[in-house]
Write a protein that binds this ligand. Sequence first.
Ligand SMILES: Nc1ncnc2c1ncn2[C@@H]1O[C@H](COP(=O)(O)OP(=O)(O)OP(=O)(O)O)[C@@H](O)[C@H]1O
Length: 520
Amino acid sequence: MLLDDVADASARVAATRSRLAKRAVLVDVLRRAAADGPDDVAIVSRYLGGELRQRRTGLGWRSLTGMPLPADAPSLTVGEVDAAFAHMAGLSGSGSSTARLEAARALFAAATEREQHLLRGLVSGELRQGALDALLLDAVAEAAGVPADVVRRAAMLAGETEAVAVAALGASSPSAARTALDAFTLTVGRPVRPMLAQSAPDVPTAVAQLAGTGDAPAVPVVVDTKLDGIRIQVHRDGDEVRVYTRSLDDVTARVPEIVAAVRALPAHTLVLDGEALALDAEGRPRPFQETASRSATRDADLAASATLTPFFFDVLHVDGHDLLDAPLRERLAVLDRVAAPHVVQRVVTSDPAVAAGHFRSVVAAGQEGVVVKAADAPYEAGRRGAAWVKVKPRHTLDLVVLAVERGSGRRAGTLSNIHLGARDPAGGFVMLGKTFKGMTDEMLAWQTRRFRELEVADDGWTVTLRPEQVVEIAFDGLQRSTRYPGGLALRFARVLRYRDDKSAAEADTIDTVRALVAPT
Ligand SMILES: Nc1ncnc2c1ncn2[C@@H]1O[C@H](COP(=O)(O)OP(=O)(O)OP(=O)(O)O)[C@@H](O)[C@H]1O
């Protein structure tokens, strides 16, 4: 397949707001890629999702300025483009950056204007979007003639889209595609995308959503303590233990204490879902920053300074039995048996008052809130379904840093005041305000370095960034604003922490923010 076909599809997807129209474009291009063979499906599904197949090419955003003028007519195949990036990624040693730049120039010289636009987006990561991935999976399902939930489930278990697209579109018939997709099962040692939660403003609302209201007898729900640490998914096969983060990165080498704790549990094979936390001598959680900086750094000194304790709230597999489809009630019974010293505290009740009492006591003990869960629900990998509902005592949003201003006075020399954007589901970001509050000196130093890496332009005062860094913001409310494009501004926004475990595609959307505005 020609790169031009993908560039054309990508431009048409970006040009329409209609999900149906976007999906139709993707179905068409995926079908044509399938006719050209599995290698093309692999590459095209990656490119449509906004990613290269190479994790790192060594090419920076800046190196793409000053590329040659575009070619007049398309000639590049996707296979040639993938091979060119594989070559660039493989270069190392002295002279490699010059060689890489030459290879990039040759590639760009052979690309038309819209192909160059696609290549830039792929290299910079700007085309990557969570919403696009979901759409792509639906398009794979339609192109292969199988139900969308079968494809989604396979992708969650595979932890990626490419292999699933190849399996589904490489099959000779819809029933063969289904068989190929059913072969993606939970494998110990291969992380699955974690189940996510919706939010509710308070505990009675969350309980009512799950336990039901009215005359029917209320069903008991699980009210789990919400710990404010780092999501971990731990896989154990005998003595081999691997620890993954929310974004499925392998952090095993950095958390030997978690490995040791899980090795001591009474099971041979295990997949556990939970949270890692730094505790003080009294067993109270230490501030999140300590847990986060510990996991974000490879620094051995820091590694010694805070010990992480794992707490588990779910189990997906034990000794040859997959539990994904078992109701939570059963999974928790297994969890209590195999992970007893490390289980998150919970109450099971249908009484909103009891649930609210648990919420108050855990918040008083320094925890973040609760997650109310349907006791009969399966584990829905990768889904923000209705079966888990979180409740926290304060308003927070995960926003993306769009730009940053130079600090002055005590903050001279730093990059300080950050511009905050919510994700627009149709593409791009909507600015909601700025803040320089809540940052510790360490955070300031960290962000000053980090934002230089993301710099796109610098007018001497404001540095415009690639929209990649997610930040968790607390705020007191929203006000109408004529200054910002969404017509809304945050009141008293302050930084709680930087979220390295979330990509910009997972940031809160402007629709979520609008839903917080009380109807007038
Ligand atoms: N007992 C628990 N059950 C489920 N999730 C928990 C629990 N304790 C802490 N968590 C954390 O809460 C998160 C659930 O909220 P959500 O799925 O919205 O993820 P998130 O966007 O990372 O949320 P947040 O920023 O509120 O932690 C999980 O990702 C997990 O890290």
